[in-house]
Design a protein around this ligand. Structure first.
Ligand SMILES: [Fe+2]
Length: 156
C-alpha cells in the first residue's frame, strides 16, 4: 500500500539513504566496541571492559531505532556485513590494539557517527521530517557525549 505521510517518495528516499549510512557506521562501531570489550588488556581492564559494555549496549539499541525508521519511510534496511562495509565510513579493526589505542579508535568512531548523522540532517529539515531529525539529534548528542568521555580518559 502507498505511503501517504506528507513526505514525497524522493525526499523519503534521500532521508533513508542518510539513515542507511548512519546505520552502517553505528553497526560497525557497535561491533568494534564489542570486540574491544572482549579483547582489552592491561591495568585499565575492569574500567574499560565495563565501559565498553555500556557503550555497545547503547549502540545495539540505536541500530534498531535507525533501521526501523528506514522501514517506516518505506525502504529496506541494510542488514548484511557486505552492505555495511560498502556504506560505512568506519574502518574495521585489524588485530588487537593496545588499550589506549582502543580508546582513540572509539573516539574516532563516535566522531564519525556524529558527522554522518549531521550530514543526514538537511534532507530531514527540507522535508519537515521531524521524527528522523529527532532521531538524528539524539544520535549526535549521544556520540558527541561518548566521544568526550572517551577523550577525557586520554587527557592528563
Ligand atoms: Fe561481556
Amino acid at each position: 500500500m502507498k505511503i501517504d505521510i506528507g513526505i514525497s517518495q524522493k525526499d523519503r528516499e534521500a532521508i533513508a539513504d542518510g539513515l542507511a549510512h548512519l546505520l552502517a557506521d553505528t553497526y560497525t562501531l557497535y561491533l568494534k566496541t564489542h570486540n574491544f570489550h572482549w579483547n582489552v588488556k592491561g591495568p585499565m581492564f575492569q574500567t574499560l571492559h565495563t565501559m565498553f559494555e555500556g557503550q555497545y549496549t547503547e549502540l545495539a539499541t540505536a541500530v534498531d531505532d535507525i533501521a526501523e525508521r528506514i522501514r517506516t519511510l518505506g525502504f529496506p534496511a541494510p542488514g548484511t556485513y557486505k552492505a555495511f562495509a560498502e556504506l560505512s565510513s568506519i574502518k574495521e579493526e585489524e588485530g588487537v590494539p593496545a588499550a589506549e589505542d582502543m580508546i582513540r579508535r572509539l573516539v574516532e568512531g563516535h566522531e564519525t557517527c556524529a558527522r554522518t548523522a549531521r550530514e543526514a540532517f538537511p534532507a530531514c529539515e527540507k522535508a519537515s521530517d521531524e521524527p528522523s531529525a529527532d532521531l538524528l539529534t539524539q544520535r549526535m548528542q549521544e556520540h558527541e557525549k561518548t566521544a568526550w568521555m572517551l577523550r577525557s580518559l586520554l587527557e592528563k
